[in-house]
Design a protein around this ligand. Sequence first.
Ligand SMILES: *Cc1c(COP(=O)(O)O)cnc(C)c1O
Length: 385
Amino acid sequence: MKNSKKLGINTICAHVGEVKDEQFKGAISPIFMSTSYAFDGVDTKRYPRYFNTPNQEMLCKKIAALEKTDNALIFGSGMAAISHTLFAFLQKGDHIILQQTLYGGTYNFVVEEFDKFGIEYSFTKSLSITDFEKEIKKNTKVIYIETPSNPLLTITDMKAVSKLAKKKGIVTMIDNTFASPVNQTPVDFGIDIIIHSATKYMGGHSDILAGAVAASEEHILRVWNVAKNLGGSLSDFTVWMLERSLKTMSLRVKRQNKNALKMAKYLAVNPDVYHVYYPGLKGHPDYKLAKKQMKNFGGMLSFEFVDGIDAMKFQNNLKLIKPSMSLAGVESTMLSPTHTSHALLSAEERAIQGIKDGLIRFSVGIEETKDLIADIEQAIEKAKN
Ligand SMILES: *Cc1c(COP(=O)(O)O)cnc(C)c1O
């Protein structure tokens, strides 16, 4: 499909990047599990670690169409996508600016690995554009952002960041996992490289570990050159599972958007709730910016109870909503960042990021919201001191 960038999102999800079953005319993509392909008379040397098996190549077309880029690459995890891409653009003596609030795994990767390779890094003091500008040095090669951020759903101004970077010849990267391509296409705002943990909304059923990078042909080639050496490719069975999952991504995410807004509004007026963090609420400090750069506000929110309600006891008493790690599945889940996703940070680092001990992160699924509300209300009653 030549003009796949112009197709509607559900059409892209359902059709772009199918592997045609020429032999039996089956309705779905066949899986090619071969690790060995004849090279006699063919011009492509196919090998799974070269990221070019038929299933890999075709799925990359779907992801590129979703992100409106030339091409994409898929990886064995979101962290593989992040690490391979960063190593493709950074070498000894280079400097990277990362935004202050980041996915915990990305933060750990940077602070635990970069010193070994002589790569310098700075974290911004806030998400304001002047704080990005302050960190620019002569050797700055990359600016890395994540919006909405985990777990407080703060919003970074993509257009302002890309404008600043372009002036200085700096490459921009975004972790677009929380928004998914359904709610946000960063190339529209000038961001160069888009990274996903496909484990989350792309997979959507809590049964796939995968990552993806989407960018121009030139940038993808640069990532590929490093990726073939580091070897973080995805198994073709998982590639096939991911293609299957992506067919319903837009339907799932749109329902999750709707549910999350309803739940945010419900929690915001609940007298037992002290604060709700959701960019779709008019009271959110970044509401206007979110509205400008997002098509919808996503399925993630966070909240805090008033004093006298024990957040852990509340989660232990939930019956329908699962207290668990990870996010973005069709089933609703909750977790306490202090004890899980951000447990490796010190209390001081958490305080700087504004993460309070009682904070609960809510990944809203596709269920009926009345059932979610009933579950929350019965668990609150049991968590009152
Ligand atoms: C989960 C996640 C990652 C890491 O992805 P994995 O698939 O677990 O390696 C990166 N960024 C964000 C925002 C995530 O939520």
